[in-house]
Design a protein around this ligand. Structure first.
Ligand code: P6P
Length: 336
């Protein structure tokens, strides 16, 4: 049976986590507990997302996040669910969220804090009121107990992520995860109440003539991106863009293509956040055989300086990312 096909057995995310843990003799089980907590939060958020209109929790919360963006009701609810599920895990030192200005320190290294968990609780939430696909994006880092400052502790390059994943709340609830040993896809079976393995060792197609970018900002794109788009238009490419990162990335992971969020006038360093959006997405895509760039450099090599730092993003099929990169003759081609 090819690794792309589902296994004959009914294999839950919990079983998968424990099987992975057994591959690491001496593993304490702490890491498995963290993924289990994220799975629990995903089920709870999925339930609230599906009932959001019935429970009148769509629309704005009336506050803004640290980015100055208005928070949606469901952003706040999803953030609280993740905090409540992860806050009980004794091995977590630091939690950091797109929705909170500062990281939350749960415990120091000397008190058992081994891991840091960062997340965007509900990416794309502004599309919820029109029933759009939204997602939770997460990443797990090792806690550097020698670093006192919480923000400095989580400012690690993406190449040091221990695990990364997302939960896509669409027609079905998909859970995609990598722990550095390939990418696996699970689907929530509401009748069983578990995420069930449906694809093991996902591989992203090397080529696909589809690009994903908000072309409304074309006039402010750097020259290299504009040159690529002109080339793509002349070479039979089509466009798909739903304005929700997890939805666009899931399509690309399964069928190929390239996603771009270039620097724009309103976001001269790009809109997407490095630590809890670009890095986890980049790890997943590269673990599936794809590529992830921020301009000329590999996203996962960037050394972060701020928790909410933004970067430009070009991510997807290796051949399609290379096709974009070919239009960057000099660094100036990647800058506004
Ligand atoms: P724009 C959602 O707000 C988000 O952060 C990502 O999910 C999405 O890819 C991007 O912004 C869409 O941004 O400027 O095209 O609306």
């Amino acid at each position: 049976m090819s690794p792309q096909q589902s296994t004959d057995n009914l294999f839950s995310l919990q079983s998968h986590i424990l099987a992975e843990e057994s591959r690491h003799p001496g593993a304490s089980g702490d890491f498995s507990w963290i993924i289990s907590a994220i799975s629990l939060a995903g089920k709870a958020i999925a339930h609230r997302v599906r009932r959001a209109r019935l429970e009148s929790v769509l629309g704005e919360h009336g506050t803004s996040n640290v980015q100055g963006e208005s928070q949606q009701e469901m952003d706040v609810i999803s953030n609280e669910i993740l905090m409540r599920c992860l806050g009980t895990r004794a091995s977590i030192a630091v939690l950091a969220s797109e929705e909170d200005q500062e990281p939350t320190i749960l415990r120091r290294g000397k008190d058992g804090g081994k891991y840091c968990v960062l997340f965007d609780p509900l990416d794309g939430s502004s599309t919820l009121d029109t029933n759009g696909a939204v997602g939770t994006i997460f990443t797990v880092l090792r806690n550097d107990s020698d670093v006192a400052d919480a923000e400095a502790t989580v400012c690690q390059p993406g190449s040091r992520q221990l695990a990364a994943g997302y939960i896509l709340y669409g027609p079905s609830t998909a859970f995609v995860i990598t722990t550095g040993n390939g990418v696996d896809l699970f689907e929530l079976d509401p009748f069983v109440g578990s995420f069930i393995l449906v694809k093991r060792s996902l591989r992203i197609p090397e080529r696909k003539k589809v690009y994903s970018v908000n072309e409304a900002y074309t006039d402010s794109f750097p020259a290299g991106y504009s040159s690529y788009l002109a080339w793509a238009h002349a070479n039979g490419y089509s466009s798909r863009y739903i304005g929700s990162l997890v939805g666009d990335i899931h399509r690309i992971l399964l069928t190929g293509g390239v996603f771009m969020y270039p620097p724009t006038t309103s976001h001269p360093t790009g809109k997407l956040r490095l630590l809890y959006e670009a890095n986890p997405i980049g790890m997943i895509v590269e673990q599936a055989g794809g590529r992830c760039l921020s301009g000329l450099e590999s996203t996962l090599d960037i050394v972060p300086t701020k928790l909410h730092q933004r970067v430009p993003l070009i991510v997807g099929s290796s051949g399609e990312v290379d096709a974009v990169r070919a239009h960057f003759k000099t660094p100036a081609d990647t800058m506004p």
